[in-house]
Design a protein around this ligand. Sequence first.
Ligand code: DX5
Ligand code: ZN
Length: 225
Amino acid sequence: MSLEKVLIAPSILSADRMRLGEELDAIKDADLLHYDVMDGHFTPNLSFGTDTLKQIRKATNLPLDVHLMVSNPEEAVPWFLDAGSDIVTFHWEAQTHADRIINLIHSAGAKAGIALNPATPLNTLDYVLDEVDLVLLMSVNPGYGGQKFIPGILQKSRDLARMCREHGVNPILEIDGGINKDNVQEVVASGIRALVAGSAVFKGDRAANVTELRQAGERGLGKSA
Ligand code: DX5
Ligand code: ZN
């Protein structure tokens, strides 16, 4: 029996914004709350700022897993730290001073994550992998919920898991985009342990969707895909 855990991180981007309080209650048995910040520049879409995050902070006990899809992470990180983020993940593609941003996040006592778009190679992580607490692999091109999973990211995930073993580090490996109960077992078998899911959670019975995703993901533990 594997002692490893699979973490379910519902993405609030797909939630019914008119019933956000009820939506937060419906996913209270998840492990993380994934909060997608989009600036309409790094991504072709706009989403949330810090005001909504501050209200969500008061309305849930889930750790806030904040995904900054913004072109100015060095400027934006302090705003989202102040708003109560537990994890702040920025995009490699949006920065010039990754090490400084990681230190900034750590100095506030939060966990630092780095996100890679589907086409960004893993060797960009060579000199930050030992510093970060989380690596987020995008399995869609950022901007919208409900997109199709990019299958090639499975090999990228296996390569990342191997890279972590070679470095002797164990950051949370998270995947984001097109995750559902049909692909999650294979995704976990490839080395991922944190699963962002928006459209697969926020339709029908949210609580049951979280449970089914976790159970399907756990079937991938101990397997190598
Ligand atoms: C996309 C976001 C994802 C998205 C996931 O840019 O980063 O977190 O909300 O939604 P699904 O699970 O529907 O692909
Ligand atoms: Zn996201």
